[in-house]
Design a binder for this molecule. Structure first.
Ligand code: BTN
Length: 324
């Protein structure tokens, strides 16, 4: 491909200007064609300086996840061992469902540099700019009943939360059921999609979206008020490969614990990381009704118990919590 050949020339001449004329001669195409390719590379996140007479100099390459780097340092036996990295997908969830249909085993991981139709909870979109975030979907085939799904949601949140705390060293907590917040701003969202019959789960796709290296200008005005990134909070970019490895390792450990001992230990870990428990909240159920009260506890199924002012208790299985 022409873009790759252009990049190769810049790699062979680091920090040098290459004139349009020279590029067009070496690649045997017109200068207009060169200009068009430079423009398309700019859209992919490459930055060039263009100086009259001198030509183009490559200033910045976009971050790219490296498959080899990821696999080399992976300390798991199952999670992420089958790895698919895509440059662009509509949604890693959709691709993961497709791979399962083709026989993908438990632990298969789908990652994309960019999503054009990233899915969020409750029908929302997930902002997925290229090269800046971690957009990934993990295939699970747990042998538990369908109504245990909320437990897996909480397990995923605990795994990601612990990995971020250890690896990035920021104070991140969980808002029920599975939003990760730093100082009240969302930094990670989790979406579980399942396939099953009345009794058993056939499989689960655990979708994880982390705002890793987004900068303030990557957010709309509106999002900036409610969202942040690990890089913004830490003050420097993070190495996405290493964080993914840390998450998979934590996930595998917790998943094993869950399969051996059930939900109780996961629930304790979740409670310790929660920022919403014992607080005054408002929760909107998927049926869009609001319940106001104190977030009291998480029960054995992973549901949230809310105590209202009149002393009644409600169990909420999914929905959206607002801290008051
Ligand atoms: C939320 O609404 O908080 C959940 C967001 C989940 C986003 C992730 S990004 C990777 C995976 N693919 C998707 O389309 N969505 C999830």
């Amino acid at each position: 491909m022409m873009n790759e050949r252009i990049l190769q020339l810049f790699a062979d001449h680091p920090d040098e200007y290459l004139s349009g004329e020279e590029l067009s001669r070496r690649l045997n195409c017109s200068r207009t064609a060169i200009w068009k390719h430079i423009e398309s590379l700019r859209k992919e996140g490459y930055r060039f300086d263009a100086a009259s007479r001198k030509g183009y100099k490559l200033l910045h390459r976009p971050e790219r996840l490296q498959m080899a780097k990821l696999l080399n340092g992976l300390e798991t036996t199952v999670m992420g061992q089958k790895l698919h990295i895509f440059d662009q997908l509509d949604s890693t969830q959709t691709m993961a469902h497709r791979l399962v249909a083709e026989g993908a085993p438990e632990g298969t991981l789908v990652i994309a540099e960019e999503q054009t139709a990233g899915r969020g909870r409750m029908g929302r979109k997930w902002h997925s700019p290229r090269g800046k975030g971690i957009y990934m979907s993990l295939v699970l085939k747990p042998r538990v009943p369908v109504f245990f799904t909320p437990q897996l949601t909480l397990l995923t949140a605990v795994a990601v939360c612990r990995a971020i705390r250890k690896f990035v060293g920021v104070d991140v907590g969980i808002k029920w059921p599975n939003d990760l917040l730093i100082a009240g701003k969302k930094v990670c969202g989790i979406l579980l999609e399942i396939s099953g019959d009345d009794e058993r789960l056939k499989y689960v796709i655990a979708g994880i979206g982390i705002s890793a290296n987004l900068e303030p200008e990557d957010y709309s005005e509106e999002l900036r008020k409610i969202a942040t990134s690990l890089a913004i909070e830490k003050g420097e970019p993070i190495e996405r490969e290493a964080l993914i490895q840390a998450i998979l390792k934590d996930f595998e450990e917790l998943y094993q614990l869950y399969n051996e001992q059930g939900f109780a230990p996961i629930r304790m870990l979740w409670e310790a990381l929660s920022v919403s428990l014992h607080k005054a909240i408002r929760v909107q159920s998927p049926a869009r009704e609001w319940i106001e009260g104190i977030a009291e506890s998480i029960d054995d199924t992973g549901a949230l118990t809310v105590r209202t002012a009149d002393g009644n208790r409600f169990r909420v299985f999914s929905g959206e919590v607002e801290l008051r």
